[in-house]
Design a protein. Structure first.
Length: 192
C-alpha cells in the first residue's frame, strides 16, 4: 500500500498526457460524418480535417466561378479590370528611359509610352479574358476539381497522421508525463 499510493502520481500524469494528445486526434479526425440530434447538427461535426476538405473544395469552385464571372465584367470594380490597369500603369512607369532622351519632343515620348502601355494592356486583357477561360473550358477544370474532391482521401491523411505523427508525439508526451509523475512521486515520498 505504501508503494501503490505514490504510483497514482505516475498513472494520473500519464493519463493526462494521453488524454490531451487523444483530444487533438479526436478534434482532427473523429467523427468523419455530420452528426445530428433531434434534427440539429452537433457542433464540430464532421471533424476539423473533414470540414476543411469540404471548405477547400468549395473555395476552389468559388474562385474558378468568380474568375469566369470577372472575365465577363468590364466595369472598373472587377478584379481583372484592376489587374489590367495595374499592368498598364506599371508598363507606363517602366518606360522612363525615354525621359533621358533630350532630342525627342515630350509629346512624342508620351505618345510612344502610351502606345507601348496600351499594347501591353491589350495583350494582358486578351490573355486574362479569353485565353485563360478557353484553357479552363478546354481542359475542363471543374472535372479536375471533382476529381480532387474524390481523390483527396482523408483516410490516407489519417493513416499517415497515425503512423508518423500521433504515435511518436504520444510516446514523447507519455515519456515526459512519466518523468513528471516520477518527480511528483519522489517529492511525495520525501515529504512523507
Amino acid at each position: 500500500m505504501f508503494i501503490i499510493k505514490p504510483l497514482i502520481f505516475i498513472i494520473v500524469n500519464m493519463l493526462a498526457g494521453f488524454l490531451y494528445i487523444f483530444a487533438i486526434k479526436f478534434f482532427l479526425f473523429i467523427p468523419s460524418k455530420e452528426k445530428m440530434i433531434n434534427g440539429k447538427r452537433i457542433p464540430f461535426t464532421p471533424a476539423f480535417v473533414y470540414r476543411k476538405k469540404i471548405w477547400l473544395i468549395k473555395k476552389i469552385k468559388k474562385m474558378v466561378n468568380d474568375y469566369i464571372n470577372d472575365t465577363k465584367d468590364d466595369t472598373d470594380g472587377s478584379r481583372i479590370t484592376k489587374w489590367e490597369h495595374k499592368v498598364f500603369h506599371q508598363t507606363w512607369d517602366k518606360i522612363t528611359f525615354m525621359d533621358n532622351i533630350s532630342f525627342i519632343p515630350k509629346s512624342i515620348k508620351n505618345n510612344f509610352r502610351h502606345f507601348i502601355a496600351t499594347i501591353v494592356f491589350e495583350v494582358v486583357k486578351q490573355f486574362l479574358r479569353t485565353f485563360i477561360p478557353y484553357l479552363m473550358e478546354k481542359y475542363e477544370v471543374n472535372k479536375y476539381i471533382e476529381l480532387l474532391n474524390k481523390k483527396l482521401d482523408i483516410d490516407i491523411i489519417k493513416e499517415y497522421f497515425n503512423r508518423y505523427v500521433y504515435k511518436y508525439v504520444l510516446l514523447f508526451v507519455l515519456a515526459i508525463h512519466f518523468l513528471i509523475g516520477l518527480g511528483n512521486m519522489l517529492i511525495y515520498l520525501c515529504l512523507k
